[in-house]
Design a protein around this ligand. Structure first.
Ligand SMILES: Cc1ncc(COP(=O)(O)O)c(C=O)c1O
Length: 387
């Protein structure tokens, strides 16, 4: 059996979910699963692709019309202007596979990768599976969960190969500013590092603008741009979690050539009809996205206010993006974060996940507000009860 897999932990989110699924009408605040269904025009496009017999093998890094739609999107929406051909776009089996294939492509055994703490566990495990070693840098609530760049720089060693960023951030909802991205790229330039930018929540953002790292990189030399790899997904923006569709963009020929091999020998391409759905998502109306984000914002405000009225939890600033609220557990709760999570499952059939699974060493809890608003309302009532 593979030794690396033996060492890697199974997802704490999945273990909470499995327990909740045994219960009647659980409150599903544990996972990042949008309560919305995929918009109809996207489903129709996939149905049409099936009828039109787009059911055969296709180019393994993605079909041409999807890559063309992606290129247009990254130029017009993300302001990423340095992608000079469709070969620099690689279609993947969701954002998760985009990230896994990226780390497998750039890392060698023993390479250090700087990640945020807390960090969505999956990327940490993917880095470890790719031979990398995690080096954690704390995102602090007093900085609205943005990086302290001096602290980040202090963690760089001669083994550091890459930095992982995720903005908007899971689990804290922190959003990096344009200046943050610029400062990060200055560090990347100084030490010749890759920066992997996980932009899964590019559209789920409130009151501020999402900046893509690839946009900010255009002010840097080509050498720096070529080490910026951005992973996108359709899952969150278009409520397409089950479709498994994502992509990477990077201006480097070398990365494109090696990623191509990773894709060929892992999946040999995403299901062809699914990719037609992706074209409709990118080219179709965007009002569905705007409506979903409006609802997430209402839910965020509700949860933020509710959590701060409880005895055991405190959240200092409303999350700026994604659909998670990260709360500190106050000293009034004298047991562990997992104990609080288990207490909420046992007493209220309510799901959430402890900060421990995001490598956090301070007592904290993540709530997802991607679920129905009524679940959030009930969850708040429960949280207000004395334990
Ligand atoms: C931070 C982050 N990145 C990437 C993903 C990947 O999502 P998917 O594999 O569904 O595209 C997720 C999913 O929850 C996420 O939270």
């Amino acid at each position: 059996m593979n030794n690396q897999l033996r060492e890697i932990i199974f997802s704490g989110i999945v273990s909470v979910r499995d327990r909740l699924l045994q219960l009647d009408s659980p409150l599903r605040l544990e996972s990042g699963e949008p309560s919305f269904d995929t918009p109809v025009h996207i489903k129709e496009a996939m149905a049409k692709a099936l009828v039109d017999n787009h059911t055969h093998y296709a180019a393994s890094t993605g079909i041409k019309p999807l890559k063309e739609a992606i290129l247009k999107k990254i130029i017009e929406k993300n302001n990423i202007k340095n992608i000079d051909g469709l070969d620099k776009i690689v279609v993947t089996n969701g954002g998760m596979h985009a990230l896994y294939a990226t780390f497998r492509t750039i890392l060698n055994q023993g390479d250090e990768v700087i990640i945020p703490q807390p960090n969505w566990t999956a990327t940490g495990s993917m880095i470890e599976l790719s031979g990398g070693t995690l080096v954690k840098v704390k995102l602090k609530p007093e900085l609205a969960y943005r990086w302290d760049m001096a602290e980040l720089e202090s963690k760089i060693t001669d083994k550091t190969t890459a930095i992982l960023i995720n903005t908007p951030h899971n689990p804290t909802g922190g959003v990096m500013t344009k200046d943050d991205l610029k400062a990060l790229l200055q560090i990347a330039e100084k030490y010749d590092l890759y920066v992997v930018s996980d932009e899964a929540y590019e559209d789920i953002i409130y009151d501020q603008k999402h900046y893509s790292l690839g946009e900010v990189a255009s002010d840097f030399p080509k050498k720096v741009q070529d080490k910026v790899i951005t992973a996108f997904t359709f899952s969150k923006s278009f409520a397409m979690t089950g479709w498994r569709l994502g992509y990477t963009v990077c201006s480097s020929d070398e990365f494109a050539n090696n990623m191509k091999k990773m894709i060929l020998y892992t999946i040999n391409g995403v299901s062809t009809p699914t990719q037609y759905g992706g074209i409709a998502a990118l080219e179709g109306p965007r009002d569905c996205v705007v409506e979903m984000v409006k609802t997430y914002k209402t839910r965020r405000d509700l949860l933020f206010e509710g959590v701060n009225q409880t005895q055991f939890l405190k959240c200092e600033t409303p999350p700026g993006g994604a659909f998670y609220l990260y709360a500190k557990i106050t000293d009034d709760w004298d047991k562990s974060s997992w104990d609080l999570v288990n207490y909420l499952i046992d007493n209220y059939s309510m799901g959430c996940v402890p900060g421990d699974i995001f490598y956090d060493d301070e007592p904290s809890i993540r709530f997802s507000y991607a679920c129905e608003t009524s679940m959030i309302e009930k969850a708040i009532e429960n949280l207000k009860q004395p334990a």
